[in-house]
Write a new protein. Structure first.
Length: 252
């Protein structure tokens, strides 16, 4: 068995080396040459704003100055979300927004390990406490047009690399909604009313569990809030949210 595993490992390394000769590694942001893939070059790295402490314990919003541990932002106090905690890897600007667009609309699933890796670092505490990892689902018609759900690909990678239980079918999008782009916060909330439901026969597996909900972008929070309420009504003990990118305070 050990010999077989060693041979398989050597074959994978050889295959990877041959692919590197045919397709040399390039930066995920600008396609300049880099030493390994997936990676970004030094110039593109400077265009990313990673979300680091100090930040709001609930919404993950960065603070300009450190107010001390456990502090909550005015936004979270004025309008408490239904989810327990939100964490994001980067701000939705510059290269952060371009990576989201490349994955979602450009079929760049090769970016998943890079993006999910940064998400795993930002959401390590959430992943450690999660019983279930699940994506924000797409409606079947939109999934047919796009061919894949970018949030599901990120969630799948995170669940596998952090040894969490992946549940892609427990939460379903049962009502097709119009695009959220350009809608106000109240319009987004109305647009998503009744959009989510639990999959048939799945409620028993949700009871008393802590769920980590994965999405690519957080803007007003209407989508993940609607999904969270469905999960809580279905018996989830708590829901945390982990996204790749989030807008700054006051984002649309």
């Amino acid at each position: 068995m050990a010999t077989h595993d060693g041979t398989a490992h050597q074959l994978r390394r050889l295959g990877g080396a041959l692919l590197s000769l045919v397709y040399p590694p390039v930066c995920a942001g600008c396609a300049t040459a880099v030493s390994t893939t997936p990676a970004v070059c030094a110039a593109c790295w400077r265009d990313l704003r990673f979300l680091e402490p100090p930040f709001c314990e609930v919404l993950g919003l960065p603070f300009a100055a450190d107010p001390g541990p456990g502090q909550v932002s005015p936004e979270a106090i004025a309008n408490p979300p239904p989810f327990a905690r939100l964490r994001g890897a980067v701000l939705y600007q510059g290269l952060g927004s371009r990576l989201v667009a490349s994955l979602k609309y450009g079929d760049r699933t090769d970016l998943v390990p890079l993006m999910a890796g940064w998400m795993g670092r930002a959401g390590a505490e959430l992943l450690a406490g999660a019983d279930l990892v699940m994506p924000v689902p797409l409606h079947s018609r939109r999934l047919l047009r796009r061919r894949f759900n970018q949030s599901a690909e990120l969630a799948r990678h995170l669940a596998r690399t952090h040894d969490r239980r992946f549940e892609p079918l427990m939460l379903r999008r049962v009502r097709a909604t119009r695009s959220q782009v350009g809608l106000s916060a109240s319009e987004r909330e109305r647009n998503l009313r009744g959009a989510f439901a639990l999959g048939a026969g799945r409620a028993a597996g949700l009871e008393g569990r802590r769920v980590l909900l994965i999405d690519d972008v957080y803007t007003t929070g209407a989508t993940v809030s609607a999904a969270t309420r469905t999960l809580l009504r279905g018996g989830a003990r708590a829901v945390d949210v982990l996204v790749f990118a989030r807008v700054a305070a006051g984002g649309s």
